[in-house]
Design a protein around this ligand. Sequence first.
Ligand SMILES: Nc1nc2c(c(=O)[nH]1)N[C@H]1C(S)=C(S)[C@@H](COP(=O)(O)OP(=O)(O)OC[C@H]3O[C@@H](n4cnc5c(=O)[nH]c(N)nc54)[C@H](O)[C@@H]3O)O[C@H]1N2
Ligand SMILES: Nc1nc2c(c(=O)[nH]1)N[C@H]1C(S)=C(S)[C@@H](COP(=O)(O)OP(=O)(O)OC[C@H]3O[C@@H](n4cnc5c(=O)[nH]c(N)nc54)[C@H](O)[C@@H]3O)O[C@H]1N2
Ligand code: SF4
Ligand SMILES: [Mo]
Length: 696
Amino acid sequence: MKKVQSCCNFCAIDCNLDFYVEDNRIVKTVPTPGYPVNDGFSCIKGISLSKQQTTVKPDALPKIRQADGTMKEVPWEEGFRYVADKLKELQAKYGRESVAGISTGQLTLEEFAIFGHVMRNYLQTNVDGNTRLCMASAAVAHKMTYGYDAPGYTLKDLELSDTIIFIGSNPIVAHPIIWGRVQQNKVPGHKVIVIDPRRSETAKNADYWYGITPRSDLYLIYTISNILIENDWIDHKFIEEHTNHFEEFAEFVKAFTLERGVRHTGLSKEQIMELVDLIHNGKKVSFWWTMGVNQGYEAVRTANGIMNLALMTGNIGKPGTGGNSITGQCNAMGSRLFSNTTCLFGGGDFGDENERKRLADIIGIDPDLMAKKPTIPYNKIVEGINAGEIKGLWILCTNPRHSWTNNETFAEATKKLELFVVQDIYDTIESAEDATVYFPVVPGIKKAGTYINLERRMSAMRPVLKRGENEISDYECILGVAKALGMGKAIERWETPEECFNMLRRISVGKPCDFSGVTWDGLTDSHGIQWPYPAGREEEFSAEERRLYSDGKFFTPNQRANFVFEEPQPNPYVPNEEFPLIFNTGRGTVGQWHTQSRTKEVRFVEDVSSKKAYLFMNTKQAEENDIHHMDVVRVYSVNGQNADFHVKITDDVPYNQLYAPIHYIECNKLTPSSYDKYSREPNYKGATCRFEKITQ
Ligand SMILES: Nc1nc2c(c(=O)[nH]1)N[C@H]1C(S)=C(S)[C@@H](COP(=O)(O)OP(=O)(O)OC[C@H]3O[C@@H](n4cnc5c(=O)[nH]c(N)nc54)[C@H](O)[C@@H]3O)O[C@H]1N2
Ligand SMILES: Nc1nc2c(c(=O)[nH]1)N[C@H]1C(S)=C(S)[C@@H](COP(=O)(O)OP(=O)(O)OC[C@H]3O[C@@H](n4cnc5c(=O)[nH]c(N)nc54)[C@H](O)[C@@H]3O)O[C@H]1N2
Ligand code: SF4
Ligand SMILES: [Mo]
């Protein structure tokens, strides 16, 4: 029996697992003992990865849509040639930007890089990722406040903090290992605080729950900031030595009185003051935010506001502190830095001529062929297709027909495409229904590459099982199309993921994410390595858990962090007579993953989770409308759509809200085309709606 250590490719914790293999079958999966992230534990999704060996069709071939509408299997070379010819034909006919890609946060670093190279450099067009639906707000806010998209914490901080504040974050369901680390916290009297409009699983297990009015976090944050400043409960030394724009900020928040805070947040004076006291009395306060913050119409400013709180109280760079964004997908960190979409490989600026030349030299391409501007965002790609400007789309490792906001707009779009390539491990996903080409690639247990987790830890995915004759990885699939495009010299240095990894190491030199000291073989069977890890300074960076900003230096030009703030914007969807309820959305259960294509990998989930779309409704609301458990309601959304859901009755969701898990396609039928103005991330949790009971 052989043992292969690899990385879970569901959530951003990037647990490592030991797979025991006999005759090319996984016979046992054990969370890697001693691995600093998950040390012998994991959730049910990771443990169930072995199911891919039966649920993913082996030895599948590409399929191309025929004139009669059927799909025909073809050899891989023919699939590559077809897609390459069609991409070139569309570009020649309709212009360069008439083709586009939608990528993900769930592939390997090397796969993002090669896709970004082919599409953004060579074809000079647009690719955005589903990271836009998830981490864009945090990424933009990090750059504004810290000067680089660099979450500074290490998971150990959860064990060292005496005041742990989760804002729009439900780790018991979404990041069980984070909750596990909270359980390991031995600091006497430490407190766990949750700010969430509904009493989430995490809120129920916390010491304090603040059930704020949805989308009012920014008011709460500014009010707290004002009171902390008024009471002089701030860290003057840190502010003076390590930040910019504090005076303006202090002046700005004066208008956010306690009364105003109460009016907007729905919390009482006592509750807000209690929260202020908790922050003031904590010696090591840590703030953790996730999608309840990122997916709003003023998400970036809210995230900036959370980081302001950490800065003004000096709670950053020290053990157990930080303004910390929790990442969603397994390699969203990798896609943010190395997909060549919103920044050059490694975080550089598309306008920086010298950097473009340096990169071109490393990756073996003419500098003129380097992407010259950031991609257009996801919503512009979908709108571009609907407007008839984009004719070809290649999506990989994402299922936008289900996950995109106002998802009927995506269904409408794909019907207009002349080329629609879907690259996935399951051909049953909703997005594949209108595909003109389907590329079946192998799942994570059969490929090699690198992942970066939420605390900047690089981790090795290594093939657990050998591949069959026709089985290829995403990397090889993209490489195949690249060669069929005739990229020639421009793709010569990209033969294997390992070669690509080595180019990325060179690119990272001198950047905040410098990982030039990390080697492919060194990462195999390792404890993972957090960036930065520069070559030649390995000794200095040898500690297994490291945090950034401990020297008070940030990545802005003057090395000080910025206080970033702005007058709150009006909420585009305030409940009114026509749409009196808020339609909140998010994760349902630990075993369910996003659009549920991969649920078949998770043992028991199929048995225990509902097959039909459901939502949670408050008990009083249900009583008033004569609704009983599992009755069906038709929900009418402010976006003009409606959908049917079974009802689960609960007191954990307030009277004027509904909560719909995202794992059913009906959920995003009802979410609006509304975005944060800086990050263009969808306002997924803020629609308004009404409902009626359906008698069956
Ligand atoms: N089991 C499971 N785990 C997952 C995933 C999965 O699909 N399934 N997905 C992964 C990914 S990609 C991500 S991004 C993460 C997401 O992880 P989380 O962000 O923790 O999960 P969500 O359920 O989307 O949202 C968290 C909470 O935000 C709250 N919220 C809604 N509106 C507001 C508001 O206005 N203010 C505040 N403060 N809170 C609000 C919701 O009520 C919800 O409880 O989970 C990751 N882990
Ligand atoms: N209303 C609402 N909508 C949301 C959210 C919300 O909170 N509320 N959350 C948003 C967030 S945070 C996210 S991250 C998105 C997620 O949205 P998606 O990324 O669209 O959802 P997934 O189901 O994770 O899709 C991943 C796809 O990749 C496939 N896959 C798995 N492994 C591989 C592989 O190795 N190669 C290839 N090529 N394919 C593979 C899977 O079969 C699946 O079809 O949803 C967003 N949508
Ligand atoms: S889904 Fe996340 S918590 Fe669960 S095993 Fe995978 S990496 Fe770990
Ligand atoms: Mo996400």
